[in-house]
Design a protein around this ligand. Sequence first.
Ligand code: FAD
Ligand code: EPU
Length: 333
Amino acid sequence: MEYNIDLKNFTTFGVSANAKKFATFSTEEEARNLTKNNNEALLILGGGSNVLLTQDFNGLVLKNEIKGISIIEKNNVTVVLKVGAGEEWHNFVLHTIENGYFGIENMSLIPGSVGASPMQNIGAYGVEIKDVFEKLEALEIETGEIHTFTKEACAFGYRESVFKHALKGKFIITHVYFHLSLVEKISTKYGAIEQELLKNGISNPTSKDVSNAVIAIRSSKLPNPKDLGNAGSFFKNPVVPIKLYNKIRETFSNVPSYPIDENSVKVPAGWLIESAGWKGKKIGACGVHVNQALVLVNYGGATGNDILNLSTEIIENVYQKFGIVLEREVNIL
Ligand code: FAD
Ligand code: EPU
């Protein structure tokens, strides 16, 4: 156990905040022992790539370092893998590609841990973890018991799961099981993947090619947290009633949208924020990224509250301009 440590290097926003107590765990047993007699506030951290610390944490911060990737089942078409929650997501993706398992190559280069991936049902380039999710194991903090959650029990949605709502703060995810395909399955339809492959003269891509294309596209838009503090998309893309969308289109004929159902569409928050004039804006030590308006960045020295206040200004301004309320994706602490 460590005391009074600065969490600056434990989140990708790189903001300073003091943790009263800090420890890591690499087994379920260690997690159980650390939480058993704890009567203070508890924060579980993976890679810290989806949290914004706006104040000191007056309690116990536990960093998950449970490792290991093992094969649970394998037949001619599918493999089921059990993965320690403390494995790095991108390393896991690379492991699957090297072993000829298909299904998550489009989610290359998402920062953070495997254990946090179900929290918001991470997704990119047309794939979400719910598409390959088998089940997970989690330690119930109150009882110390391990529970198994099926896909249905996780209630996955767009950047959503039961762990962000009804079960918030009640479980520590220790292992996640994924089912992946042994039969080649490549999906290049989403976003700029096909263009990127064509640019490199690739017409019959392998999963490694797709992964490389996704990495190239992401690197061209999203800042690397090692260079510039950020937590990826700060807001979710809002789902908007068709009526409101049509009204916006009367004034902004170029507003993009993706179909959801007959009554609603998804509108890219990046477009709304850019159209409201925020892209590239710098306010003090934080700002809106120059290449991706959905990403708020810490240029160095910003506090969590500077970034939170900027996000509030953006929400208010986008609402005034378009009548759409943006919802934060990042977990605010
Ligand atoms: P943390 O930030 O450490 O934690 C996130 C939340 O989960 C916190 O509330 C924490 O308490 C909780 N938590 C973490 N681990 C556990 C556990 N084992 N048990 C219980 N609770 C836990 N996300 C996407 O979906 N798609 C993207 O394309 C994407 N791109 C990104 C790009 C960049 C540059 C960055 C910085 C972030 C991006 N993100 C993206 C967001 C982020 O990578 C994901 O949300 C990731 O899953 C967070 O993992 P983490 O380990 O860093 O979680
Ligand atoms: N756009 C703009 N200006 C911008 C940014 C985006 O106009 O500055 C518009 C464009 O119309 C563009 C569209 O938004 O075509 C979509 O942009 P992009 O492809 O960059 O994706 P996104 O909607 O901004 C989402 C996810 C990302 C994920 C990518 C790829 C959310 C909140 N974000 O971003 O996830 O990597 O798609 O699938 O759904 C994250 O969750 O942290 C994250 C990075």
